[in-house]
Design a protein around this ligand. Structure first.
Ligand code: AMP
Ligand code: MG
Length: 405
């Protein structure tokens, strides 16, 4: 590699400099999970919208223990339709409107209903204990006030966000369009998972890894291709992918061997290089360039390298295209469970399992870390980012983590 390697942070900054959010679209709330909000959401109402009972019981005025006349009922969805006066109680259920004139709710367990003759029939009365103003009443606007800012553009919608939008009456919200991704793999040795292996052949795992990672990042996979190690085939497959997609990821064939055609093909197609070669292990031979508004990632062929570089570089582009506001990068710190030898000139992305212990989170490397050891990705919760340097990062030292989600 003739050019100097750039560090991970610089490489990411170059990716983000090219990744602009796609135009938003209206999305039905029932399909909004996982989408990225493209508008600031404020509430146009109080939540709860009215003073509501927190218990099943009786709405009353505040006061000393006494017997009150039961004069009506307020059920959830069916307000009482009358005010509460002195000496009166209104039956009430959880979530029902606290009638005008009432100041408190007495839970039913703390009351005793009697009829005029003590038989619980018409003309009923209820004995209530002492009540303070506001007891067991959920005030209107206690959760959200009309006019409050509730969520901001750039938020990924999870179950809680979807629920709050529903409560606010937002049956439709503006969300970033899901970016279109094409994933390609190169290599004469590659066959589909369904094929029997011939001499020297292996099954392609990278198409599946990259497609799955793209979908996890909220993108739509609009093309998959397995490309032979020939220049013309590589040019035409990449050309088609660039037409089709907002982001193209191609694995393998990006190095400088006689059968590596990805870079010459991209040059032929007019894709302009933004970086080549990252000071990262695994993941050194990573290429990034742009063609119009399409972003092109040339990822290493080794399966772990492809997944790690997808996660660190392609995923952040997809998130930015979808409108995610959050800056990418380190999300947590844990103690390294065992020593890791540093690389003199490259940061390392060590696949780790996370474990909560009494002294905090620990990151345990998943085993042998070779870039071909695909099973090292199994059960990995995070990439521990071990900075370049001399010697080792000792067990127990804090290490920054990029969570794998
Ligand atoms: P390359 O970058 O093309 O030199 O490939 C580097 C290593 O990754 C070689 O051992 C390839 O066989 C392997 N490799 C490349 N592409 C894939 C793929 N799609 N699935 C699994 N292994 C791959
Ligand atoms: Mg190859």
């Amino acid at each position: 590699m003739a050019e100097a390697l750039i560090d991970v942070a610089t490489a990411r900054a170059r990716v983000l400099a090219e990744a602009r959010p796609l135009a938003p679209e209206p999305v039905d709330l029932v399909r909004a999970l996982g989408r990225v909000l493209a508008e600031d959401v404020a509430s146009d109402l109080d939540l709860p919208p009215f003073d509501a009972s927190a218990m099943d019981g009786f709405a009353t005025r505040a006061g000393p223990a006494e017997a009150l006349e039961i004069v009506g009922e307020s059920r959830a969805g069916h307000p009482a339709g009358r005010e509460l006066g002195a000496g009166e109680a209104i039956r009430i259920s959880t979530g029902a409107v606290v009638p005008a004139g009432a100041q408190a709710v007495v839970p039913v367990e703390r009351t005793r209903v009697t009829g005029p003759d003590g038989d619980g029939e018409a003309g009923e009365r209820v004995r209530v204990p002492v009540r303070a103003v506001g007891e067991h009443v959920r005030r209107a606007g206690e959760d959200v006030r009309a006019g409050d800012a509730v969520m901001s553009a750039g938020t990924r919608l999870g179950p809680a966000e979807v629920a709050v939008l529903a409560a606010l009456g937002r049956a439709e919200v503006r969300c970033g369009v899901r970016p279109r991704v094409a994933v390609l793999v190169t290599g004469d040795e590659l066959v589909e998972p369904s094929a029997a292996l011939g001499p020297g052949q292996i099954r392609d795992s990278n198409v599946h890894a990259m497609a799955a990672q793209a979908e996890r990042a909220g993108a739509r996979v609009v093309g998959r291709a397995l490309v032979r190690d020939e220049l013309e085939a590589t040019v035409s497959a990449l050309g088609e992918a660039i037409e089709l997609a907002d982001v193209v990821c191609v694995s393998g064939g990006v190095s400088v061997g006689p059968h590596d055609h990805v870079k010459p093909a991209l040059a032929r197609l007019g894709v302009r290089e933004r970086f080549w070669g990252v000071a990262l292990k695994p993941g050194k031979p990573t290429w990034f360039g742009v063609h119009g508004s399409t972003l092109v990632f040339g990822l290493p062929g080794n399966p772990v390298s492809a997944m790690v570089t997808f996660h660190l570089f392609a995923r952040i582009a997809l998130e930015r295209l979808a409108g995610v506001a959050e800056a990418p990068g380190v999300r947590a710190v844990a103690r390294l469970d065992r020593a890791v030898a540093r690389e003199p000139r490259r940061d390392q992305a060590v696949r780790c399992r996370l474990e909560a212990r009494p002294d905090g989170w620990h990151a345990a490397p998943t085993g042998p870390q070779g870039s071909h050891v695909l099973t090292s990705m199994l059960q990995a919760d995070a990439l521990a980012l071990v900075p370049a340097g001399q010697g080792e990062l000792a067990a127990g030292e804090p290490v920054e983590l990029e969570l794998l989600r």
